[in-house]
Design a binder for this molecule. Structure first.
Ligand SMILES: [Zn+2]
Length: 140
């Protein structure tokens, strides 16, 4: 008897985030930007969470940001994550201030190898035909 490997449950796109996920599938990272307070924000929604303006729009990023904070996970919360340990969770910050919870990849899960403020760039991990998850690696 073979046991099927557990899989990550993919996010379920909502109407406000359909555009975001479509662009991720194309290998592009887009954020929302507010024309009243001139800040970017994440997760995608029409209402600016900083000044409550609806004067917002999509902007395409170059996929580059910096590590705002990170943690190295040695004990995963569920079987699918236990099999990935150790792995690195992080919050990546973009120009304009948007911060995205994500994973750092292609880096040693060692606190001496990762620094807050370190430049990172996006890569996409295809989970299924609908979802490509943005993750970040050190900038080349
Ligand atoms: Zn705003």
């Amino acid at each position: 008897m073979t046991q099927e490997q557990p899989k990550i449950t993919p996010p379920v796109p909502q109407p406000e985030s359909d555009f975001y996920w479509e662009k991720c599938k194309d290998g592009e990272l887009w954020l929302r930007s507010c024309d009243d307070c001139n800040k970017t924000y994440f997760y995608p929604r029409d209402l600016c969470p900083l000044c409550f303006s609806r004067n917002t729009r999509w902007i395409q990023t170059d996929g580059k940001g910096i590590v705002h904070t990170f943690a190295i996970v040695h004990r995963g919360p569920t079987p699918v994550f236990r099999d990935k340990c150790p792995y690195v969770t992080a919050v990546v910050e973009f120009p304009g201030g948007a911060r995205m919870p994500t994973n750092l990849v292609e880096v040693e899960p060692d606190p001496t190898a990762i620094k807050c403020g370190m430049p990172v760039e996006v890569i996409f991990e295809k989970l299924d035909e609908n979802i490509s998850l943005p993750m970040f690696r050190p900038s080349k």
